[in-house]
Each structure stands twice: as structure tokens, then as C-alpha cells.
Design a protein around this ligand. Structure first.
Ligand code: DGJ
Length: 375
């Protein structure tokens, strides 16, 4: 009898827990967003993969305090059928407690993105990697592989992209002029000089180009691209990946030299390519930027700040991270941004807003609450 009583109490506890779980029917930008266990979603600087009716959200798992700005746990994965409600799928890529290992606890793993390769039937994760204890100097890409969307992902390599290759839009001076170390004057992290004449491209020709903030984009023809902040964050690079999505192919371009873009998120609408980016101000928010091109390798045309209302100078206190194409809805895209909280990293919030268009220009407007019915 006593056992039955206990069982009943346990079952009641379980059902009240289930009842207590938040069911979302809308997006609430900037608010605590709970997963199926009632815990604030922990997937910062993230990206979304849509695969056979399920969305997967991958992002940086943060811990509390400023220690959370380094990787202490790994890349967290969640799944969803409706984009509002997210199930915790656990840590898809784990850091390694072993001292000296590449993914040692305390390294930096930022802006992880996953794409599916139909040829190899593998899930491929790319992320911005920094070695433990070396600040942001390594500026490299990490690549990890899994047979399942939810992982476990296994680290394949860490490298700097596009070694030994010139960009398709190389200038003669990049090949002929040596790196000008004296010209590379840094002002609060910015190289304030003309980046072409300083020639970071030549400096990093052999070892590979610096790769910090990054994103992936799979085009309608199945070709995948890496978009990354390079040349001391001064210039974006867009690089075609190999057919297995595991390496850069050596075909790449420089975009907006010297304009210091971070947080690049690329998407395609009606045959045109669009980019959201931010300026380069560490964890602090700044005015967003947008650009458009008829070909992914450019030329790219700047379209200015996509935010149109109050708080547009801080992108609603956030930084661009990814653009989600909404499955089953034509030309429906969601802007995904991070509201960073560097002093208590785990408290970072998510700013998801529908992307509107004024002619060819993408527009963002603040909404306290919204649903997919806006599309
Ligand atoms: C801004 C970047 O967008 C983030 O991903 C992160 O690298 C911070 N800078 C670090 O200050």
C-alpha cells in the first residue's frame, strides 16, 4: 500500500511538472526562453538546421559569470517542430577535460553552425576556434562530424582557411607587395590603416587566412560556403567549401575590405543573396548592416542598417547571428540575433524578428511578441 502511495505521489509530481512546462505559441524577443525542461535555452551565437520536418538549434553553451565567455561545456543542441518550443537534445560537441587537448575546457568555441551533406550523409559542424590561454590570436576554424543531427560530433580538424590560395578578386599589390608590419597599427582592436596596403592577405597566404566570426550557407545548388571575418576582423571572406563540406576549396573572395564586419548571416531570396552583419565592437551592440548581391561572390552592395525604429542604433541590443528560412512558407525569413551578457554569459537572450522587405531592402522592426502568421 505504502509503495502505491509513493508511486501516486511520484506520478502526481511528474504530471504537475509536465503541466508546469511552458508551451509557447509565439516568439517573445529578449525574454527568458525555456526549453522542454523549463530551463532558459543555452545556445548562443547559434545556427539552425532544418532536416526532415525538424529544426535543430546549435549554439554556444554558456555558464554563469564571465568564465562563460570561454567554452566550459561545448555546443548545445535543441530540436523543434514549430520553432517556438525546443527540446533539449544535450551537448552535441563536448569540450575535453584533458590538459593540452585541442578542445580543452577554457578554449573558445563560438558561433557553431551545422549543415547536412547529402552525398556523405553526414552532419558537418564548423565553428570559430581559439586555443585555451591564447585570447583570440589563433583565429581558426574547427570542423567536426557526426552521423546524427544531435551528435555526438567528433572533432576532425582545426585550421585556417584558404592557405596557399589568392582570392578571386585579388589585387596585383597583394601578390607583389610584402606585408607592411609597420603599417598595421591597431586602435582598440581595429587596424586603422588601409588594409590592402598593409596586406594581411599576403601575411597569411601560407598559413591560411584568419577566421573569427563565421557562418555557413548552403545554396540552392547544394554548394556550401563559409563566411568569415578575416584580416584582423577588417574584411569578410566568402569561401566555397569542398563537395564534402569539410574544407575550403581555394575559391574565395574578399568582401568590404577594411569595413570591419562581424556577425555575418547570409540568406537567399528570389535569386538574390543578402547579408546581415554588425560593426565590430566586442560584446557591445552596434548598428546593424545589410548588403545584397546577385552572385554570392559579389559584387556586394551595402544597403545600410536594416533596423527601422527605436533602438536601431543597437540592433535592439543584439548582434546578428543567423537567418532562418521558415520551412513551408515562401520567402519567409527570421533574423536571429544575440543579446550578449558578457558579465553573466548564461543570461544572454535571443532576438528573433521577422524580416520584412521594402523593395529589395530587408527591414527589421521591433515586436514584443509575434507569430509565424506574420508571413
Ligand atoms: C563579437 C563577436 O561577434 C562574438 O562572437 C565574440 O567573438 C565577441 N566579439 C568577443 O568579444
Amino acid at each position: 500500500m505504502k509503495q502505491y502511495g509513493l508511486l501516486l505521489v511520484a506520478l502526481m509530481g511528474l504530471s504537475s511538472l509536465t503541466l508546469a512546462q511552458t508551451q509557447y505559441h509565439s516568439f517573445l524577443p529578449g525574454q527568458i526562453w525555456k526549453d522542454d525542461k523549463g530551463v532558459h535555452i543555452n545556445a548562443h551565437g547559434g545556427g539552425i538546421l532544418y532536416q526532415k520536418g525538424t529544426y535543430y538549434w546549435y549554439g554556444e553553451h554558456k555558464i554563469g559569470g564571465d568564465a562563460g565567455n570561454q567554452a566550459r561545456v561545448g555546443v548545445h543542441c535543441y530540436s523543434s517542430k514549430d520553432l517556438y518550443n525546443w527540446k533539449d537534445e544535450g551537448i552535441a560537441l563536448k569540450v575535453d577535460p584533458k590538459e593540452g587537448s585541442k578542445l580543452e575546457i577554457g578554449c573558445i568555441i563560438e558561433r557553431p553552425k551545422v549543415i547536412y551533406n547529402a552525398r556523405t550523409r553526414k552532419y558537418v559542424m564548423w565553428f570559430h576556434y581559439e586555443q585555451k590561454g591564447h585570447g583570440y590570436d589563433r583565429a581558426a576554424s574547427g570542423v567536426a562530424l557526426s552521423a546524427k543531427a544531435t551528435g555526438p560530433f567528433k572533432l576532425l580538424k582545426i585550421f585556417r582557411p584558404d592557405a596557399g590560395t589568392w582570392p578571386l578578386n585579388v589585387l596585383p599589390m597583394h601578390k607583389s607587395t610584402p606585408f607592411n608590419a609597420m603599417g598595421a597599427k591597431f586602435n582598440g582592436g581595429y587596424c586603422s590603416n588601409d588594409v590592402d596596403s598593409v596586406n594581411f592577405v599576403k601575411r597569411d597566404f601560407e598559413g591560411g587566412q584568419m577566421a573569427r566570426d563565421m557562418n555557413l550557407f548552403v545554396d540552392t545548388d547544394g554548394k556550401a560556403y563559409l563566411i568569415y571575418s578575416s584580416e584582423e576582423n577588417s574584411t569578410l571572406h566568402i569561401s566555397l567549401l569542398t563537395p564534402d563540406y569539410l574544407s575550403t576549396s581555394g575559391k574565395w573572395v574578399r568582401v568590404f575590405p577594411g569595413k570591419h564586419n562581424e556577425g555575418a548571416a547570409l540568406f537567399k531570396r528570389k535569386g538574390k543573396y543578402y547579408l546581415f552583419t554588425s560593426a565590430c565592437t566586442g560584446w557591445a551592440p552596434n548598428p546593424g548592416r545589410s548588403a545584397m548581391a546577385s552572385h554570392i561572390f559579389g559584387p556586394w552592395k551595402e544597403l545600410g542598417n536594416p533596423c527601422t525604429d527605436k533602438d536601431s542604433l543597437t540592433t535592439y541590443h543584439s548582434q546578428s547571428t543567423f537567418v532562418i528560412p521558415v520551412a513551408g512558407k515562401k520567402d519567409a525569413f527570421i533574423f536571429m540575433g544575440d543579446r550578449w551578457s558578457p558579465k553573466d554569459a548564461i543570461d544572454g537572450r535571443y532576438i528573433w524578428l521577422p524580416i520584412e522587405f521594402k523593395g529589395d531592402k530587408p527591414i527589421l522592426r521591433w515586436r514584443d511578441e509575434w507569430t509565424l502568421d506574420v508571413f
